[in-house]
Design a protein around this ligand. Structure first.
Ligand code: ATP
Ligand code: MG
Length: 878
């Protein structure tokens, strides 16, 4: 069965059991401070489990793109070395939100795997939770009995597992419960006879692996560690799609399934290294095939490789692939980008974003590859130099600190460092390296350390109603609150039944303001979203949290922010009109003071393009378009209205459509009533922030006025310095041309003075030892004059020695020149003379036999140095 059919069969199966099939959420997570990437199917339903959201449907199933490369789930180092862990993989799942529980979950799992897909039951094992005394949770007898009914020989098939493998928790606190895993033994019969499969379950054997995890969410863990029963129980299951394909297609490795084969063939075609020839090549082929998917999918989801956070994780994955290509396959030129079409071909049906984004994905990968290969090249040179230095010092250990610096600052891979050292009979202080690594991790952990107390519930509600689109003030009640310690600093988080405060999202910063009641007045210093929860951050708790408060948003700041937010929409529209429809929003930041807009485009914007964009935006401002806002619009409808798709929307979301004239966007932000309020938009910078991504920064309204006035003031100052009444440009041009003609006359004068000096010096030449000896101290600021002089004499005279000194800026310069014939025939050497006399000016120098110079700190010594040179020639035996 082809992968595509298998995925379809899964959907149809759960559809027949009353499940709604929903799309995969984006792999890159927005609005969740605890998670960068989706790492399990349940992530997008977290708010339902936490009770922040009500489910649209109680039974849901899907295939979710997951990425496990950071945080709690990090499989990166395994990938490629084993055959069943990926960075990015698809997780098939079915969910019950307070609907069915263990019975249906287990029976349906069995029905699908054994009855529909025909996996022989003597290849399957089920694990159940053994119970935990410490948590006061009994063995999961319910699951045990259900499995007992499935298997013909349950005794040998059901295995008890500990908290580590069989108890799932969302985090330190929150929803949790026992889980039951299904493992498959795909070994050959002969091997199966030797060791029973149950001895290999959860032991890291590549052919006895977990494929499906059924989680039964029935508890909530509080911050003191105590578990309480949840009022409604949920089912959350996750099955690795690639692993299932391997089993159903009768393969021994995920990479041998049709999911990966076409891409691997393409890599082999490009690199000339077939799969299955040797382990070194195979590891690299697997790494590259896997990482290509992870990187392409995240770029398609809007997360580009970059220097921090999620972007850096993606960059590191891509670099790992480049490195395996370089080390194991000898690929020193970019080639991974050439695989994107094969990937789009293989997976584009299920994930159309790969098709539409194909060219951009390839281009970004190409630029990243190119840049990293350069780094590799540079790093190799650095290492070679270090090895030479170590040899000189007769050492054979490279310090962990140096290796860590190479790794951390230049992205130079540590295993490559080790390999090169080994090839040179040296090694790495691995312990030192690991210590550095640990220090860095500890530092970043400390930076992120947050302790949150349990929420104290004041009143039950169905979430927070946002009233801020219409109002900037409202009467609110606190529904829950908690204290939070971040890096040792305590603050307090408040949730209201309704709020006029906008919570940071979609690039727009959160509102600030106050809540008051009677004499009490509490500052709200920020408003943020955690999943769907709107949290108001205050420095302290109100003395009575149960009363009604007047919540007042800082209106001036909010209006400035609204100006900037609407301006980003106008800029987006103008960018697409002027540059083309390939322009897509890649991020934005909207604050009261300025706005930032990141977009895809491959070259620097010309001055003309920038002014056309600015003109178009300001024209739209003056046309004073009123805002037209529609809420609750289904996604498809919004797209047909011409809205540009944004990332981060999940299944079931309806969107808000914001229109100003021809600009149509999906946006939840706060906007002006009509564009005229913005007054003026001024672009203040444009530049690249990553391969294929550029950033515009702009200011609006009062801030734009300040910016323009500042520039005008500078111009005024320049004008008054120039004392010009006419055009400033003309005056400056005039100044520049005067300046350059002055420079020319100076050069001419200098040349003349060199000639004068020459004449003067030559007239005082002595004959010593039959040699024409020219010497003297001359006045010049430029060491070049000395050299010019020397070259002129050298080119026109024979049998001549020239020794001159000069003082400039408190420093002394000496030059010795010897004509070529004397160097050749009489063995005279300018360097020898300079060495002898440089001490007098407290300096040192060198050069060549015919010309040497020295600089020193003691101008008073020039005349004695010249004397010494004369004596040298007198002494010299010719
Ligand atoms: P393993 O112990 O094999 O790493 P896990 O316990 O981390 O698995 P879960 O978190 O329970 O797995 O995820 C559910 C299912 O997703 C697993 O049963 C497995 O089939 C699949 N899966 C987990 N991690 C990966 C991965 N890195 N690549 C491919 N599939 C995976
Ligand atoms: Mg795992």
């Amino acid at each position: 069965m082809k992968a595509q059919e298998l995925r379809q069969l899964f959907f149809e199966f759960f559809s027949s059991k009353g499940h709604v099939i929903v799309p995969s959420a984006p792999m890159v997570v927005k609005n969740d401070p605890t998670l960068m990437f989706t790492n399990a199917g349940m992530n997008q339903f977290k708010d339902i489990f936490l009770g922040n959201n009500q489910p649209v449907n109680k039974r849901v199933a899907n295939s979710q793109k997951c990425l496990r490369v950071s945080g709690k789930h990090n499989d990166l180092e395994e990938v490629g070395h084993d055959t069943y862990h990926h960075t990015m993989f698809e997780m098939l799942g079915n969910w019950s939100f307070g609907d069915y529980f263990k019975k249906e979950a287990i029976e349906w799992g069995w029905e699908l795997l054994v009855k529909r897909l025909g996996i022989p039951e003597d290849r399957l094992y089920a694990t159940i939770f053994e119970g935990s005394r410490e948590d006061n949770v009994p063995r999961d007898n319910e699951a045990f009995e259900l499995w007992q009914k499935c298997f013909t020989n349950p005794e040998s098939r059901i295995i008890e597992g500990s908290k580590k493998d069989n108890f799932w928790e969302m985090g330190e606190t929150g929803p949790c419960g026992p889980c039951s895993e299904i493992h498959v033994d795909i070994r050959d019969d002969e091997e199966r006879k030797k060791i029973p499969g149950r001895d290999l379950v959860n032991k890291g054997h590549p052919h006895v692996i977990e494929i499906w995890n059924l989680v039964f969410i029935q508890y909530n863990r509080k911050s003191d560690g105590v578990l309480e029963q949840l009022p409604s129980k949920h089912v959350d299951t996750g099955m690795g799609f690639e692993r299932l394909c391997m089993v159903i297609q009768g393969k021994k490795s995920n990479y041998e399934t049709d999911i990966f084969q076409s891409v691997i063939k393409e890599i082999s075609a490009i690199t000339g290294k077939p799969y299955g020839a040797n382990e070194k090549w195979d590891v690299a082929l697997r790494v590259i095939a896997d990482h290509l998917r992870a990187v392409s999918f995240s770029i398609a989801d809007g997360q580009l490789p970059s220097n921090n956070k999620a972007g850096y994780v993606i960059r590191r994955i891509l670099r790992r692939a480049v490195r395996y290509g370089y080390n194991n396959l000898g690929m020193e030129e970019p080639f991974i980008y050439r695989l994107v079409p094969a990937l789009a071909q293989a997976m584009g049906n299920q994930y159309p974003e790969l098709q539409t984004g194909r060219d951009q994905i390839a281009r970004i990968i190409f630029e990243e590859e190119t840049a990293f290969l350069k780094t590799l090249g540079k790093g190799l040179k650095m290492i070679e130099k270090m090895i030479v230095d170590l040899r000189k010092e007769k050492k054979n250990i490279l310090s962990g600190k140096t290796a860590f610096e190479m790794y951390d600052t230049f992205g130079f891979p540590i295993d490559l460092t080790q390999l090169i050292l080994r090839e040179n009979d040296m090694h790495l202080d691995l312990k030192g390296f690991e210590d550095e690594m640990k220090n860095q991790k500890d530092r970043s952990r400390e930076d992120a350390a947050t302790e949150a107390a349990d929420w104290i519930i004041v009143m039950e509600t169905d979430g927070t109603e946002f009233t801020g689109y219409e109002k900037s003030e409202d009467d609110v009640r606190i529904t829950k609150y908690r204290t939070v310690k971040i890096k040792g600093k305590e603050s307090c988080q408040l949730v209201f039944n309704k709020t006029p405060f906008y919570a940071e999202s979609g690039g727009q910063v959160g509102d600030t303001g106050i809540i008051t009641s009677g004499n009490e007045r509490i500052d709200i210093i920020d408003t943020v979203k955690e999943n769907n929860l709107v949290i108001h951050i205050a420095r302290r708790l109100p003395s009575d949290p149960t009363i009604i408060f007047r919540a007042v948003v800082d209106l001036e700041k909010r209006q400035m922010t609204a100006n900037n937010h609407t301006a980003t929409h106008l800029i987006h529209f103008a960018l697409r009109s002027v540059l083309g429809n390939h322009v897509e929003q890649k991020g934005s930041l909207v604050t009261p003071d300025r706005l930032r807009f990141d977009f895809s485009h491959f070259s620097k914007l010309s001055k003309e393009e920038l002014s056309r964009i600015e003109e178009m935006v300001n024209k739209m401002v003056r046309e004073d378009h009123r805002s037209k806002i529609a809420v609750g619009v289904p996604m498809e409808k919004a797209k047909s209205m011409g809205a540009m798709a944004l990332f981060g929307e999940k299944y079931g979301d309806t969107v808000r459509v914001v229109e100003f004239g021809k600009s149509v966007e999906l946006c939840g932000g706060i906007h002006v009533e009509s564009t005229g309020r913005i007054g003026i938009v001024k672009i203040v910078s444009e530049g690249a922030i990553a391969a294929g991504v550029r950033r515009i920064e702009a200011v609006t309204a009062g801030k734009a006025e300040e910016y323009i006035n500042e520039k005008l003031k500078t111009l005024d100052e320049v004008a008054s310095l120039l004392k010009s009444s006419g055009s400033i440009t003309e005056s400056v041009e005039k100044l520049l041309s005067e300046n350059s003609s002055l420079k020319k006359s100076i050069e001419k004068l200098q040349a003349q003075s060199v000639n004068e000096l020459l004449k003067d010096l030559t007239s005082k030449a002595l004959i010593i030892n039959n040699i024409k000896y020219i010497s003297g101290q001359i006045e010049t600021d430029s060491a070049d004059v000395l050299k010019n002089l020397a070259y002129q004499i050298r080119s026109s005279s024979e049998n001549t020695v020239l020794v001159i000194g000069s003082e400039s800026g408190g420093k002394a310069n000496i030059l010795v020149m010897i004509s070529d014939d004397l160097v050749k025939d009489k063995n005279l050497n300018a360097v020898a003379i300079i060495k002898e006399i440089a001490g007098d000016i407290n300096g040192g120098g060198g050069g060549q036999p015919f010309l040497a110079t020295a600089g020193g700190k003691n101008p008073a010594g020039i005349s004695s140095a010249l004397k010494k040179a004369e004596q040298y020639i007198r002494r010299y035996e010719v």
